[in-house]
Design a protein around this ligand. Structure first.
Ligand SMILES: [Zn+2]
Length: 375
């Protein structure tokens, strides 16, 4: 996108059709982008079955989204298996580690670890510098989750990665009476829930980053937002409820969602302003800060993160990177960098690139209320 916020369009028949979009279609597109490129079938299910608050009725569309196409990697069929499902939260938790990523994240991480509750399919993600931090993150997750749900974590299912089979990990599980199930080596099917969740997360993260042409180091922000969104998306394993609701018993709201990676202006309080005209700071929207009910922004020029409730978004815009930055080989996930396919948790959308979602005026923010930690 050009710095003047106009989208250069070269018109051919297909693109002309885009310009004739109806308001309804634009709205569907906006939500496709806000929900991390969630497919229209899932969007329709979310809105039609009233699984979330604040989502308008969505009508499916046929067009192809370039970011979705690029973001999605080879499809792999995982046999889901007919293993017994948990009957309460924290009866069984699946965990997996992804990485190392080629590029260190803004926060200095090279891995992430997920914990997925079998009963609700709600997922939590933590970022790691080293795999050895897995036990610390598991401790943190266990304390938080048990406090939320008021029940003990019973079974943890993981693969045989060294980080899960260390003496310390073993001792910790024994101490807390957690049964640690290790899946057979080279048999990802057995750890299917965690593996599929990872694929779904990566597909969504890639689409969001590619959709906004962000550099690679934004992967962790995208992964975190993908997990946040997937907890508010339909999953095949829980009928007519989002994982969020299956976990805590109330419907999530999506009113506060904005398009990941768009340009956002953080209001600068009077006392911090140097000049009268510097009323806001231009940043990139990189996520939700649920604890403080605010948005996470990042200023690529100062390399500083900002948490703010007072934000104006330009959801159809992308940051204009200097040529220098843009030419760095492989923006974010290179095509083919990550093996894997479509998870079963949420179907990603198919639809078209060129047209930005909705007409561009910024939307003033009201603080939102919903959500749990990094989940
Ligand atoms: Zn898309």
């Amino acid at each position: 996108m050009a710095t003047n916020r106009l989208f250069p369009l070269s018109l051919d028949a297909k693109e002309t059709a885009c310009l004739a979009k109806t308001g309804e279609e634009e709205e569907a597109w906006l939500w496709h982008h806000r929900m991390g490129h969630l497919g229209f079938t899932s969007l329709k299910l979310l809105s039609g079955s009233k699984m979330v608050e604040g989502l308008p009725m969505i009508t499916p569309h046929q067009r192809v989204c370039e970011a979705c196409t690029k973001g999605k990697q080879r499809r792999e069929t995982f046999e889901g298996g007919k293993s017994r499902r948990a009957t309460r939260p924290l009866e069984l938790v699946h965990s997996d580690i992804a990485g190392p990523f080629e590029t260190t994240s803004i926060g200095g991480s090279r891995y992430y670890i997920t914990f997925t509750d079998d009963f609700s399919r709600k997922c939590w993600v933590y970022f790691l510098r080293e795999k050895a931090e897995a036990l610390d993150k598991f401790r943190e997750f266990k304390a938080m989750a048990e406090k939320e749900v008021g029940q003990p974590l019973k079974v943890l299912r993981t693969d045989r990665g060294g980080e899960y089979t260390s003496r310390l990990f073993d001792d910790y599980c024994r101490e807390w009476g957690i049964s640690h199930q290790l899946t057979a080596a080279y048999s990802p099917q057995q750890n299917g829930v965690a593996e599929r969740k990872n694929l779904t997360i990566m597909n969504m993260a890639r689409s969001m980053v590619k959709g906004k042409r962000l550099p690679k180091k934004y992967w962790a922000e995208a992964v975190q937002v993908a997990v946040y969104l997937l907890n508010r998306c339909p999953t095949k394993s829980v009928k007519f409820k989002t994982p969020f609701e299956a976990w805590c018993g109330r419907k999530p709201s999506v009113k506060h969602l904005r398009v990941f990676g768009c340009v956002a202006y953080a209001h600068i309080p009077d006392q911090r302003r140097r000049k009268l005209d510097d009323r806001s700071e231009k940043c990139i929207f990189v996520g939700y800060a649920p604890a403080s009910k605010a948005y996470k922004l990042y200023n690529p020029e100062t390399e500083k993160a900002i948490i703010s409730r007072d934000v104006v978004f330009e959801e159809d815009s992308c940051w204009s990177w200097d040529e220098e930055v843009r030419n760095i080989k492989g923006m974010f996930f290179d095509d083919g960098e990550e093996e894997g396919g479509q998870g079963d948790e949420a179907e990603m959308g198919g639809a078209e690139p060129l047209s930005p979602p909705s007409g561009g005026s910024g939307v003033a923010l009201t603080p939102y209320s919903s959500g749990t930690s990094s989940s």
